[in-house]
Design a protein around this ligand. Sequence first.
Ligand code: AHR
Length: 492
Amino acid sequence: MACIFVNANRSVGTINPNIYGQFSEHLGRCIYQGIYVGQASDIPNTNGMRNDVVSALKALHVPVLRWPGGCFADTYHWRDGIGPKENRKTIVNTNWGGVTEDNSFGTHEFMELCRQIGCEAYFSGNVGSGTVQEFSDWVEYCNMGGISPMASERRANGQDEPFNVKYWGIGNEAWGCGGSMRAEYYADLCRQYSTYLRNYSPEHKIFKIASGANVADYHWTKTVMERAGQAVDAVSLHYYTVPHEDWQHKGSATDFTDEEYYTTLHKTLQMEELVENHTRIIKQYQGDRKVGLAVDEWGTWYDVEPDTNPGFLYQQNTMRDALVAAINLNIFNNHCDTVCMANIAQMVNVLQAMILTEGSKMVLTPTYHVFEMYKGHQGAKQLESYAETTLLNHDDQAVPDLHVSASQQADGSILVTAANLNDTAAIPVTCMLGGAKPTGVTARVLAGAPAAHNTFAAPEQVVPAELNTSLTADGFTATLPPCSVAAFVVNQ
Ligand code: AHR
């Protein structure tokens, strides 16, 4: 019997709902086909957005959505995507497969998508190949309520009221596809761009996010914070879980060994030290302001599915991915005093997606179900939690068998989310809730073999099920099946 301890008397703060954010890039079949099919499509849609996909996303309570990239963002010129569609420029998506991009999905379409999903927009602006004026004009176009050249243009394109876009990323991966810059050079650019990204209304202040480090590049965070920390509200971090270092052979999404399973989880657990180390640097240089950490790209990255375009990054999604999602979300919850946002890559048909589509068909992935089971953490008070774990040793890569986080909702109920990383053994757990008076408990679990996944032919192989759980005087007991993610709701 393993013990989980939750201390209802201690919290590091409120879990920012934006930790449950998503990312949608003009990449492969994420935007086109996956989300946007156009009004003339046979696939049921509202203003061009797939009804099935939007309705599934609404159920997740997606708080914020990042767009249009990724690497695409630093080649994107927003004026190409506004105005009558027949006049929009056709370009080549040079980062992702060299495919034609007709710009039929632009600023207004993205805002319509956010409206339908009910989420905030997070725009990633072009610093790599754009200009300060272009970026500044985009903010004015979106947010100016009065009379100005950009506001008039927006009105002429059918949008009277300002969009009031809050989140603005100042470039993406400036150290790589966003301009191959040195941290020192980017920091200066970031200050310059930030100067011209204006607030157009005191009630709708914008939130600026600096392009942050890749993995453990602490020099990047230090330099950006030291030189531009006063010009931004958050600094980003990108960390992908890639089973093999060789990017030509990252590993299959569905056909993997036991060793690869544990390597994947071991690498995912490194997120914690990355968050802690980058945060330490941010705090050192933030001065009197509070600068957050926005992990605005994370998730698994495998070889693409056989016979698919290598530039489209289309991969399947298994119970292994469900565990990766659970571990990352537990880590973000437990560091919610500094992690102000996180955006899994990506929402539909790309990398660790929530949803896969094929023509008019749609399938929800195990990762989708984890986000759904965890959604109660959004906006809740994080509670200190600790799991008494056994280390599973595989090829010198030890991983704990249990991984947990907990939070308390406004109505007093407590959500405990726990993952059993052991792929062969069930774990009986007893959870003790210090400082709480439990009166009832319900639980759901997502479980299966590590490679279990949903397909278009069999879409319900991996779905949440009820989990037997018993109330005790100070908590509950349950048995977590091997390779599973469970969510317990305790009333008091
Ligand atoms: O998510 C896919 C790509 O990964 C993004 O475009 C880029 O920012 C990162 O390297």
